[in-house]
Design a protein around this ligand. Structure first.
Ligand code: TXA
Ligand code: MG
Length: 323
């Protein structure tokens, strides 16, 4: 079979079954999910999961989540699931939501970095979900980027880093959401958000009545909280949405000959800079989230003296648009 499979406009089920064969044989695959691209392997095979760590250059202290296709598969890898955990899964699965549960012995220690919990996510992206279904095993799948780098939301941005390290590549076009899943761990009956993502704290509070935003502090439950993430080569400045945002951006731009700006559609004409990258309309949070990682990579590739980014109003972004 071809190593590169184009499923941008249509899923090819018989090809996907062959990819599932690769997963079952301890191979490693680059594929799209609705959040970001993943690099996946049989989550029940130590040998297969080792390949993911190697390909990403990931620390073995950083556990990997499992993509699952149904509740039965979740119950095969996790135990002592509480009523609230079932409720959260019922509301947010399939979708951009990961929940940390107590692990069963069947999950190899390499997946959980030796810990007694395992993160599970049921993706809504059709290619990812079907791939898990056809494989019949949970797929261990971190984001498909070199460790420490930005998540990949289209194949073009990541293929160079992985094409010689994986057995198969599925192109599903641009990621629909473009941000990672929200990671939640229920502690003493209250959901703690370990990593913010496409499902917001407001949405989780609506379901659970309470929520703790652990990601605002050093996060004892997230093993990767003291590791570097989202690194780019060039300096980056975020200008908040307070009054005078455009003037502030312009004041920074005046100091540099070679700056890149990432801004909303409404303001794109207000800046004088060689590289102006448009996130989408200010009110279109779907577009902003879908575009941001791609634009950061694009800005970084232009090797500017500084990348200036217009912030988005936090209050609005926390209401959520997905789920
Ligand atoms: O949207 C997503 O979640 C994407 C797509 C590909 O599914 N995946 C993703 O995986 O973002 P990754 O590995 O890049 O980020 C997962 C995070 C890591 O920070 C890891 O430390 C944390 O989940 N994690 C994994 N297992 C955990 C566990 N048992 N307890 C706490 N945190 C865990
Ligand atoms: Mg990641």
């Amino acid at each position: 079979m071809e190593k590169y499979l184009d499923m941008k406009s249509k899923i090819n089920l018989s090809e996907l079954q062959k990819v599932a064969g690769i997963i079952k044989n301890d191979g490693i695959v680059l594929f799209p999910t609705e959040t970001v691209y993943g690099i996946g392997a049989n989550g029940l095979s130590k040998k297969a999961v080792e390949k993911i760590y190697k390909a990403k250059g990931r620390s073995i202290k950083n556990p990997i989540n499992l993509l699952v296709s149904d509740i039965k598969m979740i119950e095969s890898v996790a135990k002592d699931i509480t009523e609230l955990e079932y409720k959260l899964m019922d509301v947010f699965f399939p979708g951009p939501f990961t929940i940390i549960l107590k692990k069963k012995d069947i999950v190899p220690n390499i997946v959980t970095a030796g810990g007694d919990t395992v993160g599970v996510r049921m993706p809504s992206g059709e290619i990812a979900l079907k791939l898990v279904q056809e494989s019949g095993v949970p797929i261990a799948a971190p984001s498909a980027n070199l460790s420490g780098s930005l998540s990949g939301t289209n194949l073009n941005d990541i293929i160079g880093d992985f094409e010689n390290k994986v057995d198969c590549i599925i192109d599903g076009g641009d990621s629909k959401i473009g941000l990672e899943s929200t990671i939640v761990k229920v502690v003493d009956g209250v959901p703690h958000i370990l990593r913010p993502g496409a499902i917001t704290d407001v949405q989780i509070k609506d379901v659970a009545g309470d929520v703790v935003l652990d990601y605002l502090n050093k996060n004892e439950f997230l093993p990767s909280s003291d590791m570097a993430h989202y690194n780019i080569k060039n300096r980056c400045v975020l200008v908040k949405t307070d009054k005078g945002q455009v003037d502030k951006v312009n004041a920074i731009l005046e100091q540099y000959d070679n700056a890149a700006v990432i801004c909303c559609n409404e303001n794109a004409c207000k800046y004088n800079s060689k590289v102006i990258l448009n996130m989408g309309a200010k009110d279109n949070l779907e577009a902003v989230s879908r575009n941001i990682f791609r634009l950061l990579r694009e800005a970084d590739r232009s090797n500017p003296d500084v990348i200036v980014i217009e912030g988005i109003e936090e209050k609005r972004s926390r209401q959520g648009y997905y789920g």
